[in-house]
Design a protein around this ligand. Structure first.
Ligand code: IMP
Ligand code: MG
Length: 178
């Protein structure tokens, strides 16, 4: 499948599944080599469900834990600017070494909200890991610890990322065809 049509928009393959798995593997290696004691991975739903599932299988730290939060900022192909917390974390976070797993960092609004949430919980450390990053769209100063791939400022779908809730199941990452 070189192109797909979702809600009347056509997308073409941008990052094939083989490249995604190489990227994920290399991010896991970096985290395995640098991680602190008893890391708590927090995957940001919905977008990062496949990324989280794949990277966790490559994490070799024996006492690693995973949990989930659900945030939403997008409507269609545009960021709305406000980020809503739909599901929070119920674990004790105080003193934990938290590693956030994000599918994509665009404007950074979601990331800012995440940092705000975790700052109040007195975590021991907070690291940010994102599969994709759009440097030209990023408006914040928050450092990102692990970046899978920096991409141009284009809308992408697949491998967890959606266009109005569809396309998350696609194995490759696609970009809007123009
Ligand atoms: P930000 O808050 O603008 O950084 O956007 C972050 C969230 O918006 C991500 O976690 C995604 O869920 C969504 N998002 C950003 N860019 C894209 C995209 O190109 N395709 C699909 N979802 C995106
Ligand atoms: Mg997301």
């Amino acid at each position: 499948m070189k192109t797909v049509t979702l809600h009347n928009k056509t997308f073409e393959v941008f990052i094939p599944d083989t490249e995604i798995s190489e990227i994920v593997h290399s991010m896991a290696n970096q985290i395995n080599n640098q991680s602190a004691e008893r890391p708590l991975f927090i995957a940001v739903l919905n977008g990062s469900f496949l990324f989280a599932a794949d990277i966790m299988r490559k994490i070799t730290i024996p006492n690693a834990e995973i949990s989930f939060i659900k945030l939403a900022s997008y409507q269609g192909t545009k960021s709305t600017g406000t980020v809503n917390e739909l599901i929070g974390v119920n674990q004790e976070l105080k003193g934990r070494n938290v590693i956030i797993l994000e599918d994509i960092i665009d404007t950074g609004n979601t990331l800012e909200k995440i940092v705000e949430i975790f700052r109040t919980k007195e975590v021991a450390s907070l690291k940010i890991s994102t599969l994709l990053y759009k440097p030209d769209a990023y408006k914040k100063d928050i450092p990102i610890d692990y970046i899978g791939k920096s991409i141009e400022n284009k809308f992408v779908v697949g491998y967890g990322l959606d266009y109005d809730e569809i396309g998350r199941n696609l194995p490759h990452i696609y970009k809007l065809k123009n």
